[in-house]
Design a protein around this ligand. Structure first.
Ligand SMILES: C[S@@+](CC[C@H](N)C(=O)[O-])C[C@H]1O[C@@H](n2cnc3c(N)ncnc32)[C@H](O)[C@@H]1O
Length: 284
């Protein structure tokens, strides 16, 4: 039985897919960032003209896009290890005419060249698990977040509690290749717990100034065809080594499996899969 594992959050995967990352994410990370940034805890640390925001593991700039709607002039650093992501971020910044935005290709485990305590707001939206090989990665990210957060600064870190869509991807894999163990995220079970996120932040230096909330977001698209098409964007990770004929069969099978999910719903203008996240808030 062959088993395929992938490195969750790996920057090389994201660099290759930077152009269609937003489609693949299908609003999932956006929906959670929106909830996090509109939470009363975050709002109690208002963004002002002197604020400096770190969009940590920024990807294509989903968090920055939300910040810029409310605060077009605030200073933002978009940082990510994947050069492709930073290129896409820059293209978006130009298109959206974001002002006061800089970018940096940098490892969130070691924010080299970034001074201590410079940021008023540090947001890490689904960038807390930089690969799965090094189990101390998230703690290293948390330590760096603590180091670069200024006095009276606030931090937001999000992680997934329930992805749900992976159940459909697995079921589809089993239908195409019944005798093969489907791909796995290769994730420690505890990384899906709120208590684990809280501990990383506490131990990184925030001590008892930490709260973790469970929130529900949604991966969504205008139609099931589009949603499945978006999921297929990650086929070389989930269905690595499949023949052209097998890949051709996947969308129909995947559609059926997505529809079977308890977390799947159809609304007037969209279809979607509920996704559940942990949102950690910490402050100095
Ligand atoms: C799931 S995406 C999240 C992107 C974005 N924050 C969002 O809200 O959609 C994870 C991001 O972490 C980045 N990443 C992975 N490992 C990293 C590391 N060691 N340092 C910095 N960024 C990293 C990836 O390149 C990718 O852009």
């Amino acid at each position: 039985m062959a088993s395929a594992t992938t490195s969750l959050g790996s920057s090389s995967f994201h660099s290759t897919h930077s152009n269609n990352y937003d489609k693949m994410a299908s609003n999932s990370t956006f929906s959670i960032a929106k909830l996090a940034l509109s939470d009363p805890i975050f709002a109690s640390f208002p963004i002002t003209s002197s604020s400096y925001v770190l969009d940590n593991a920024c990807g294509t700039g989903i968090v920055t896009s939300l910040i810029k709607i409310e605060h077009p002039n605030v200073r933002v650093l978009g940082a990510d290890l994947a050069p492709g992501m930073i290129d896409t971020f820059k293209a978006k910044a130009q298109k959206e005419e974001w002002k006061n935005v800089e970018t940096k290709v940098i490892d969130s485990k070691k924010l080299e060249g970034v001074e201590d305590a410079v940021f008023s707001h540090v947001i890490t939206n689904f960038g807390f698990t930089p690969g799965t090989e090094d189990k101390s990665g998230p703690y290293q990210v948390a330590k760096e977040i603590w180091r670069v957060t200024g006095e009276r600064g606030v931090v937001v870190v999000t992680t997934w509690a329930e992805r749900n869509f992976t159940d459909a991807l697995e079921a589809a894999a089993l239908r195409i290749r019944p005798r093969e163990t489907p791909f796995s995220w290769d994730l420690p079970e505890e990384w899906g717990r709120g208590s684990w996120l809280m501990k990383q932040l506490e131990d990184a230096g925030f001590g008892n100034r930490v709260t973790v909330k469970r929130v529900e977001g949604r991966m969504e698209a205008r139609s099931l065809d589009e949603l499945v098409g978006n999921l297929m964007g990650a086929k070389d990770m989930f269905y690595k080594g499949y023949s052209d004929e097998e890949v051709e069969r996947l969308p129909e099978v995947l559609k059926e499996e997505v529809k079977k999910l308890e977390s799947y719903d159809e609304r007037e203008d969209s279809v979607g899969i509920k996704m559940v996240a942990w949102v950690g808030f910490a402050w100095k």
